[in-house]
Ligand binder design. Structure first.
Ligand SMILES: *[C@@H]1O[C@H](CO)[C@@H](O)[C@H](O)[C@H]1NC(C)=O
Ligand SMILES: *[C@@H]1O[C@H](CO)[C@@H](O)[C@H](O)[C@H]1NC(C)=O
Ligand SMILES: *[C@@H]1O[C@H](CO)[C@@H](O)[C@H](O)[C@H]1NC(C)=O
Ligand SMILES: *[C@@H]1O[C@H](CO)[C@@H](O)[C@H](O)[C@H]1NC(C)=O
Ligand SMILES: [Zn+2]
Ligand SMILES: [Zn+2]
Length: 416
C-alpha cells in the first residue's frame, strides 16, 4: 500500500513537471509560426526589447475587458498606456500572473497586502501617462474609473520600504527634491492625444457632470499632439535640458512619437508610431479604424493608413497593434469604421509593396501582429466557435507574410 502511494506521488510529480513544460512550450513560438495568445516565455523575453501588458482586448460588451495596453521597455517598470478602456481589471489580473515579478521587479509598500491595494499601487506608481486614440467610451472608461486614485501621495518618499522604481524612481533619478515639482509629477499624469480627442474628453467626460473635472483641479494634464509631427516623450513632463540628459536613455523618455489621423466611421481616430531613439525599433498602435458604413464623413480611411506606412521602417518594426472587430463574412455596410482579417492582411501587403525599396524578402516575417478589439459574437456562429477563433483562423489562412499573429489575453504580458 505504502509503495503504491509512493509511486502515485511520484507519477503525480512527474505529471506536474510535464504539464508545466507543456504550458511553457505552448507559450513559445518560433518566429514565423503563429500563436494564439500571449508569449511571455523565457526564450521570447530574452531577446525582446519591450513588454506589453494587455489590460483589455475585446471590442465591446464586456465592460471589464476593453481596449487598453501598457508598454514599457525591458528593464524598466514605468509604463505608458495606449487607450484606456479597462485599467483596473487588467492590472488586477496581471498581478496574479505567474511571471509578473520576474521581469518587472515591482516594489510595494509594506502595507500593500490586499489585491486591491497592490492594484492601486501599480496604477499610481507605474503608469506615467495615457495615450488616447479616440474618445469612444470603450477606450476611455477605465481611465475615468481609476482617476480618483490615479496619483501618488505627497509623502510617497516616506513609504517603507523605500521605493526606487516607477514614478518615484524617476524623481530620484532626476534628483527632484522640491515639493512643488515633485507633486506636479506625482499627482498630474498626462493624457496625450490629438486635439479632437482631448476636447471630447474635456467637454464630455471631465466636465463636472459626467465626472468631476479632475484636470481642472490639477490632477491631470492634457498634452495636445499635432498629427504628423514628431515628439520626444521626454517633453511630456516638464524638465530642463540637464534633466532630460539624465533620462534620455530611459523608457519612455528615449522614445520619439508621431501620431496620425485615422478614419473611424464618423469621427477621427489615431495611430501612434513609437520609435526607440537608441535602436530605431518601432511599435505601431492603431486605435479603432476601418471601413466606414457611410461616406458622409468623407474620410479616405485607406490613405490615412498609408500615411502611417510611409514612416514604418519594415526592417526595425517590432509589433503592430491593430483592431479586428469582425470576421470576413461581415459586409462593408456593417463595419462602422472597423476592420476584418482580409482588410488587415491587404493593408500589410500594401505596406510591403509600397515601402520596400530594397526588395527585402519577407521583411515582416516574425513581426508581432497584436490583434485587439474583437467584438464578441453573441448570436449564432459557425460550429458555435467563439469569434476570436474564427478571426484567428481567417488571419492565419492569409498570413503569407509570416507575421507572428497574437490574440492577447487580458493580463498576460507579451515580450516584443
Ligand atoms: C477578453 O477579450 C479577448 C478578446 O476577445 C478574449 O480572447 C479573452 O478571453 C477575454 N478575456 C476575458 C478575461 O474575458
Ligand atoms: C528590485 O528592486 C529593489 C528595490 O526597489 C532593488 O533593491 C533590487 O536591486 C531590484 N532587483 C533587480 C533584480 O533589479
Ligand atoms: C534643472 O533642474 C534641477 C532640479 O530642479 C536643478 O537642480 C538644476 O539646476 C536645473 N538645471 C538647469 C541647467 O537649469
Ligand atoms: C530603417 O532602419 C535601419 C536600421 O536602423 C536604418 O539603417 C534605415 O536607414 C532605416 N530606414 C529608413 C527609411 O529610415
Ligand atoms: Zn471606436
Ligand atoms: Zn472601440
Amino acid at each position: 500500500m505504502k509503495l503504491i502511494g509512493i509511486i502515485l506521488v511520484f507519477i503525480l510529480i512527474i505529471n506536474n513537471i510535464k504539464s508545466e513544460d507543456a504550458l511553457i512550450d505552448d507559450d513559445i513560438s518560433d518566429y514565423g509560426s503563429s500563436i494564439y495568445s500571449g508569449s511571455f516565455s523565457e526564450k521570447e523575453c530574452k531577446s525582446a526589447s519591450f513588454i506589453t501588458i494587455p489590460l483589455g482586448t475585446a471590442g465591446g460588451l464586456d465592460e471589464s475587458n476593453l481596449s487598453s495596453f501598457l508598454i514599457t521597455k525591458k528593464g524598466s517598470n514605468l509604463f505608458i498606456a495606449l487607450d484606456a478602456g479597462t485599467i483596473w481589471k487588467g492590472i488586477s489580473k496581471f498581478l496574479t500572473y505567474r511571471f509578473n515579478s520576474q521581469y518587472l521587479n515591482i516594489t510595494y509598500p509594506n502595507w500593500a497586502i490586499l489585491p486591491e491595494q497592490k492594484t492601486a499601487w501599480f496604477i499610481k506608481n507605474h503608469i506615467l501617462g495615457y495615450f488616447i486614440g479616440h474618445p469612444h467610451l470603450d477606450h476611455v472608461a477605465g481611465l475615468i474609473d481609476v482617476s480618483p486614485e490615479d496619483y501618488l501621495p505627497n509623502n510617497a518618499f516616506d513609504i517603507q520600504p523605500p521605493i526606487s522604481s516607477g514614478l518615484l524612481g524617476l524623481l530620484l533619478r532626476l534628483r527632484i527634491t522640491d515639493a512643488p515639482t515633485q507633486s506636479a509629477i506625482l499627482q498630474k499624469k498626462t493624457i496625450v492625444g490629438l486635439q479632437s480627442t482631448l476636447i471630447a474628453i474635456q467637454n464630455h467626460l471631465f466636465n463636472n457632470l459626467i465626472w468631476p473635472n479632475l484636470p481642472g483641479y490639477g490632477r491631470y494634464d492634457y498634452y495636445n499632439l499635432q498629427a504628423d509631427r514628431e515628439y520626444y516623450l521626454s517633453d511630456l513632463i516638464f524638465l530642463n535640458e540637464s534633466q532630460k540628459e539624465i533620462i534620455k536613455n530611459d523608457f519612455p523618455h528615449n522614445i520619439k512619437l508621431k501620431s496620425y489621423e485615422l478614419c473611424h466611421d464618423s469621427i477621427m481616430s489615431t495611430a501612434f508610431l513609437f520609435q526607440d531613439t537608441q535602436t530605431n525599433q518601432q511599435i505601431v498602435f492603431f486605435s479603432d479604424t476601418g471601413v466606414p458604413s457611410s461616406n458622409t464623413f468623407g474620410c479616405d480611411w485607406k490613405q490615412k493608413i498609408y500615411n502611417v506606412w510611409r514612416d514604418v521602417n519594415i526592417t526595425t518594426v517590432q509589433a503592430i497593434f491593430i483592431e479586428c472587430s469582425f470576421p470576413n463574412s461581415t459586409p462593408d455596410n456593417l463595419l462602422y469604421g472597423h476592420l476584418r482579417p482580409k482588410d488587415i492582411m491587404a493593408l500589410l501587403k500594401d505596406l510591403v509593396a509600397r515601402e520596400n525599396p530594397q526588395n527585402i524578402k519577407n521583411p515582416l516575417k516574425g513581426v508581432k501582429l497584436i490583434i485587439q478589439h474583437i467584438k464578441p459574437a453573441v448570436g449564432p456562429t459557425p460550429q458555435n466557435l467563439p469569434q476570436k477563433r474564427i478571426i484567428y483562423k481567417e488571419l492565419c489562412q492569409s498570413n503569407t507574410l509570416g507575421l507572428n499573429i497574437i490574440i492577447p489575453d487580458q493580463g498576460e504580458p507579451i515580450c516584443i
